[in-house]
Design a protein around this ligand. Structure first.
Ligand code: CMP
Length: 139
C-alpha cells in the first residue's frame, strides 16, 4: 500500500469562526495522518505567491485579501492516494455544490470562503508543502 501526501490549509474565516478543532477532528476521522502542522498568518505577498497560478483570475485580489486577513492552519496530510482522497473528502470548490458530509458542505460559506484548501495534484502537494514547511518540521 503506497501512501502519498497532500497539503491543506484551514482558511482564515474558518479559523476565526472557531472551526479549527472540528475540521481537524474530521480530518483525523477520515483516516488522514497529520505529518506537519502550524498556525501562521500569511502576508499579502505570501498569499499572492501561494496562489500565483490564479493571478489572472478575476477573483485573485479578493482571494489574496481573504487569505491574508487572519491566521490559517496549514498541514501536510498522509494517506493512500492522499490528493484525490482529500479532494473527495473536502467536497467541491463551491460549498453549494459540495456533497453532504464533506468539510466544505459543513463549514464553507461561499466559493471563496470555502473553509479549506486542498492540493489538486501530487506535484502541487509537494510545492505547497515545501512552501510552508522545512524538513525539520515534518515527521
Ligand atoms: P482553493 O482550493 O484554496 O483554491 C483556489 C481558491 O480560489 C479556491 O479554493 C477558492 O477559494 C477560490 N476560488 C475559486 N474559484 C473562485 C471563484 N469563481 N470566485 C471566487 N473565488 C474562487
Amino acid at each position: 500500500m503506497t501512501t502519498t501526501i497532500t497539503f491543506t490549509m484551514i482558511k482564515p474565516g474558518s479559523v476565526a469562526d472557531g472551526h479549527t478543532g472540528d475540521i481537524l477532528a474530521m480530518i483525523g476521522q477520515g483516516g488522514f495522518e497529520i505529518r506537519a502542522m502550524k498556525k501562521v498568518q500569511l502576508s499579502k505577498k505570501q498569499a499572492e505567491s501561494f496562489y500565483a497560478v490564479h493571478s489572472e483570475r478575476p477573483f485573485f485580489s479578493s482571494l489574496v485579501t481573504s487569505m491574508s486577513a487572519g491566521p490559517v492552519v496549514a498541514a501536510i496530510l498522509e494517506k493512500e492516494n492522499a490528493v484525490e482522497a482529500y479532494r473527495q473528502f473536502i467536497g467541491a470548490t463551491n460549498p453549494a455544490d459540495a456533497a453532504e458530509g464533506t468539510i466544505r458542505k459543513k463549514f464553507g460559506k461561499s466559493i471563496e470562503a470555502n473553509a479549506v484548501h486542498g492540493s489538486d495534484s501530487d506535484e502541487n502537494a509537494k510545492i505547497e508543502a515545501d512552501f510552508f514547511f522545512s524538513q525539520l518540521e515534518r515527521s
